[in-house]
Design a protein around this ligand. Structure first.
Ligand SMILES: Cc1cc2nc3c(=O)[nH]c(=O)nc-3n(C[C@H](O)[C@H](O)[C@H](O)COP(=O)(O)OP(=O)(O)OC[C@H]3O[C@@H](n4cnc5c(N)ncnc54)[C@H](O)[C@@H]3O)c2cc1C
Length: 456
């Protein structure tokens, strides 16, 4: 019988995630370490005490969709300090307008930012502004930058990203149906969006809106992205969409109607039909930033799990030492370290290969991290008993935010599709002559002459 050699080695790695040794050097740059230490100290000394007061005041506010007197002033004070200390706009990689950090260095900082709900905003690194600023910085015209990027970079206004629609499966962006028609030197926009995060905040002034401009064009050139100021006549904020029964006021995830909204023609970003290209710019960094901060949340949840487990006794022992609880703590630590490495490697891939080439890495991370962080937070809730789902710990909110991250910026399944599709496409060559019966594939593995030679 003729035996053909099969290229086993090629099956051993995910071709799309193939890397150079260089890509696995995940150290933080030495030059960034002092900044990283400063961020950690700033969160502890300034952001944490401010957050406590901020939320206390917030609980007394009369208007759910506004702030209590003194709340924004508290936040502003910390923002001013952050700016004065150079702790500002870290997220823009290699840009004149930001700190010029690589994605890898930023990852270390973002993990710290994820540990406190106001840390990102205090240092002007909060979503969805970060993604929107990155888009404006990369593809905005000088006039667009002057009008919108400048105040966003200064932390004076906030923004939203409006893509998802209630009536179409929006994880496939080709379905986006909100229509923008050119009418002279204006766009006329009609349609409906929902779950538009941050659009409830009175400081939110601008929305990057995904619209359909060329319904008959090639599928990937039908959509465009247009800047729509929130106060444009016809923009109707219908109300908040709830997340597990909460409205997340005043940030909010809003249901919005565009009813004959008119904006100048030059509000288009990059050009007609280039909405997908912009998504490449926006979604890569946005997604990985979420995952970086998620690691910070997992760290926080583990810390709380251990503290609760050691500070409360049952059945004659600290809870942490009962049943499988020590194992649960161990598993959380192991998961966090494996996720950390994945996130750092994906960030490094973005630096070394570019956002577009690294997109499979980003999808792999986005498909992995929120699910596992959800599990860790869920276990921290369990260790707390009823207190875990109460208003006394941030765990319920943390769980909610991670659970929704499994949907936002592309549901898990879409990211599995990206990773799986690449593997399958790359595997086609090998599959053509793959025939274990004919080639007696076992001869090329660690099975010699039918005797299993694996671990002794
Ligand atoms: C809290 C929160 C905040 C959000 N913030 C924003 C925002 O600021 N701006 C914005 O535009 N949107 C936002 N979203 C919306 C989010 O991005 C969308 O929900 C998401 O993109 C999915 O779109 P969809 O809801 O239309 O689900 P659909 O596209 O209808 O998909 C539903 C389900 O179908 C399955 N599915 C889809 N594709 C595949 C596939 N290829 N393979 C297998 N299964 C698949 C998945 O299980 C998926 O969950 C937010 C959502 C939440 C919950």
């Amino acid at each position: 019988m003729r035996r053909r050699r099969v290229r086993i080695g090629k099956f051993a790695h995910m071709a799309a995630l193939e890397s150079t040794v260089d890509m696995y050097d995940l150290r933080m740059s030495e030059g960034v370490r002092p900044l990283y230490e400063k961020v950690k100290a700033f969160i502890k000394e300034e952001v944490e005490p401010m957050s406590e007061k901020f939320f206390e005041l917030g609980a007394t506010r009369e208007d759910r969709w506004g702030y209590a007197p003194g709340q924004l002033e508290l936040l502003q004070e910390v923002k001013d300090k952050a700016k004065a200390n150079g702790l500002w706009n870290f997220f823009l990689p290699d840009a004149e307008t930001g700190e010029g950090l690589s994605n890898l260095d930023y990852a270390y900082i973002a993990i710290e930012l994820g540990k406190n709900p106001l840390a990102s905003e205090s240092m002007n690194c909060a979503a969805p502004d970060t993604g929107n600023m990155e888009v404006l910085e990369r593809v905005g015209t000088e006039a667009q930058k002057e009008q919108w990027l400048k105040p966003l970079l200064a932390g004076e206004i906030r923004s939203a990203y409006a893509m998802t629609e209630p009536d179409v499966a929006s994880s496939d962006a080709k379905n986006i149906a909100c229509v923008a028609e050119r009418d002279g030197d204006e766009w006329l926009i009609n349609g409906e969006k929902y779950y538009i995060s941050g659009a409830g905040d009175p400081r939110c002034k601008i929305m990057i809106t995904m619209v359909q401009t060329s319904p008959d064009g090639p599928p990937h050139q039908r959509q465009s992205q247009i800047l729509v100021p929130v106060d444009t006549p016809g923009v109707q904020i219908l109300g908040p969409m709830h997340v597990f029964g909460k409205d997340d006021a005043p940030h909010g995830h809003m249901h919005i109607k565009f009813d004959n909204v008119r904006v100048p023609y030059e509000n288009i970003l990059l050009g007609e039909g280039r909405g997908f290209e912009i998504s490449q710019v926006r979604l890569g960094p946005g997604r990985i930033h979420h995952c970086m901060r998620a690691i910070g949340q997992a760290e926080k949840a583990l810390e709380m799990m251990v503290s609760r487990g050691l500070s409360r006794d049952g059945f004659g022992k600290p809870l942490a030492k009962l049943g499988g609880n020590t194992e649960m703590i161990a598993k959380a630590r192991i998961e966090i370290e494996s996720m950390r490495r994945m996130v750092l490697t994906a960030a490094n891939a973005m630096d070394k290969l570019g956002n577009s080439e690294a997109r499979v890495w980003v999808s792999a991370v986005k498909a992995m991290v929120p699910i596992r962080v959800c599990e860790i937070i869920d276990n921290a809730i369990q260790m707390h008993g009823a207190t875990g789902v109460s208003q006394w710990t941030p765990l319920a909110d943390m769980y909610t935010s991670q659970r929704t991250l499994r949907l936002a910026d592309g549901p898990d399944e879409v990211h599995w599709m990206v990773v799986g599709r690449k593997e399958v496409n790359d595997g086609e060559d090998n599959a053509r002559d793959y025939n274990p019966k004919e080639t007696f594939l076992a001869n090329t593995s660690n099975v010699k002459e039918g005797v299993f030679s694996g671990p002794a």
